[in-house]
Design a protein around this ligand. Structure first.
Ligand code: SF4
Length: 178
């Protein structure tokens, strides 16, 4: 699948939204994703100095107001849309890992913090399609992230979400539970 086909562009909904989900977002960046984004920046002649913060886990640098360095304040668009981080593609679906039971738990943001969530929640076809996309992206992230970074990321509180399902961790990423 090409990067262009990773997700439907929801800008018709997100472009009108006044909730700043690209502020204090800190989406996790695997080494694989970091290389993909750097390549995209090079190919498109986009120059950003030190685009990533390498701390307890890797995430995009923020401006002095906390907006992701890839967020264009004028257009309200992500400038790396085709290659953006997995959690940005998956949103408003998010996840947790139950290590004891080796299960991935899926959550949806409440409509009050994400109008898109409200729209897809009441449209089964739209919801199923987006869930498939979100699931694929998050499972790839779980394959790519070091376990210590994943555990740090999972400590971040995600209020105003509700559980929509859970499933066993696929065998090829079960190593996370060891
Ligand atoms: S990578 Fe793009 S979608 Fe994700 S937080 Fe940054 S600007 Fe927003």
């Amino acid at each position: 699948m090409s990067s262009v086909e990773r997700q439907r562009d929801f800008f018709d909904i997100c472009g009108r939204c006044k909730i700043d989900c690209c502020k204090d977002a800190r989406p996790p960046i695997s080494l694989r994703r970091e290389e993909i984004i750097k390549q995209y920046l090079r190919t498109n002649g986009i120059e950003i100095r030190d685009p990533f913060v390498h701390g307890e886990y890797v995430f995009p640098r923020e401006d002095n107001e906390g907006y992701c360095i890839f967020f264009d304040r004028k257009t309200r668009r992500c400038i790396i849309q085709p290659v953006k981080p997995e959690t940005c593609v998956a949103g408003p679906i998010t996840f947790d890992v139950n290590f004891e039971e080796c299960r991935i738990e899926w959550y949806l943001k409440m409509e009050k913090i994400c109008p898109l969530a409200g729209i897809i929640y009441v449209n089964k076809a739209e919801f199923d399609k987006h869930f498939e996309t979100a699931r694929r992206e998050i499972l790839q992230l779980l394959r790519d992230l070091p376990l210590n970074e994943l555990k740090i990321i999972l400590k971040r509180e995600e209020p105003d979400t509700f559980k929509i399902g859970d499933e066993p961790i696929p065998w090829d990423i079960l190593k996370f539970s060891k």
